[in-house]
Design a binder for this molecule. Structure first.
Ligand code: CP
Length: 316
């Protein structure tokens, strides 16, 4: 079974990023690949970009698409084995996933972490329960620890906008009012560590990402130091991995603003969106020509198409 769960499922991420940009030039020439095939997109959480871009990508390849907001359009799912289902859950993953699987040639799943149970989240309990009980390929549309369709998009966007073969890319923590998953940051770090870039992370004490994702990337505590000479600034908030799921820092001195961007090598500003203006990043940066967040979001379609296409061709 060819699942797309993380960067570890791809032999050469740079080759796949090139495919993304090739598809962008001429997206409608593979309509035959998905004919009479159905992608079921299951959402356990809210989504704008992933929902629309993945659906559109599948349709570009000739697939039918069905979107299911699990627990809203359908019954609440129980994931625990041997559960006594006398509470709020009405359908067990054993039956639910197996039934969905019969209507689908491919399943795409969006699920978030609990941010309370680190072990379960980092073992990817929910997505692995789906994988256990389906018999078609699964595409990860963001799970507890990673967001690979976003990261593939990010790499392709860096290649599209870079004037250098090996740009300096900085992942910076930024403030937020809510405790957010580490998935986008983990995933970006995982992909950048495999990419042909000079990659740095800047985050406050207590916000170091899990070693399995940050790898050997240098962590620079001084955000302004990290920004110097950067070609790409990738901003994202994440809650603490060490003090799991907690917000440790509530002041806004880590917000990205024009003064900080002026330290860079006219860096492009990236963010996965949605973004809270004047909390994560100032209006001045987001509305400047340096911001490529809209183009980045646009590339989500071609990244999803590259992955689905490879699965349909049996060559992921
Ligand atoms: N970046 C991203 O995944 O956006 P959505 O949550 O809107 O899908």
């Amino acid at each position: 079974m060819q699942n797309f769960l993380s960067a570890n499922d791809i032999d050469d991420i740079e080759v796949l990023a090139k495919e993304v940009l090739e598809i962008k030039k001429s997206p409608f020439q593979w309509k035959h690949l998905g004919e009479n095939k159905t992608l079921v997109l299951i959402f356990l959480n809210s989504s704008l970009r992933t929902r629309l871009s993945t659906q559109k990508a599948a349709q570009n390849l000739g697939m039918n698409t069905i979107v299911l907001n699990l627990g809203q359009d359908s019954w609440n799912m129980e994931y625990q084995e041997n559960a006594i289902m006398n509470g709020t859950t009405a359908e067990h993953i054993k039956e639910g996933a197996a039934v969905i699987s019969q209507y689908a040639d491919m399943i795409a799943l969006r699920s978030f972490p609990s941010l309370t149970d680190k072990v379960s989240d980092y073992q990817e309990f929910v997505i692995n329960q789906f994988i256990k009980y389906i018999n078609v390929p699964l595409v990860n549309m963001e799970s507890a620890t990673v967001h690979p369709l976003q990261s593939l998009t990010d790499l392709a966007t860096i290649r599209e906008f870079s004037t250098k073969k090996r740009p300096k890319v900085v992942l910076t923590w930024a403030p937020h009012i809510r405790a957010l998953p580490q998935a986008v940051a983990n995933s970006f770090a995982q992909w950048m560590n495999k990419a042909d870039v000079d990659f740095f992370i800047t985050n406050p004490e207590g916000y170091d990402l899990a070693e399995e994702f940050r790898g050997n990337a240098p962590i620079i505590r001084d955000q302004t130091e990290a920004f110097k000479g950067a070609d790409f600034i990738y901003a994202k908030n994440w809650s603490s991995y060490e003090d799991y799921g907690k917000i440790l820092k509530s002041d806004f001195d880590w917000m990205i603003n024009e003064e900080k961007m002026a330290l860079t090598n006219s860096a492009k500003f990236m963010h996965c969106l949605p973004v809270r203006r004047n909390v994560v990043v100032s209006d001045g940066v987001l509305d400047s020509p340096q911001s490529i967040v809209i183009q980045q979001a646009g590339n989500r379609e071609w990244a999803a198409q590259a992955v689905i296409k490879r699965i349909l061709e049996g060559r992921l």
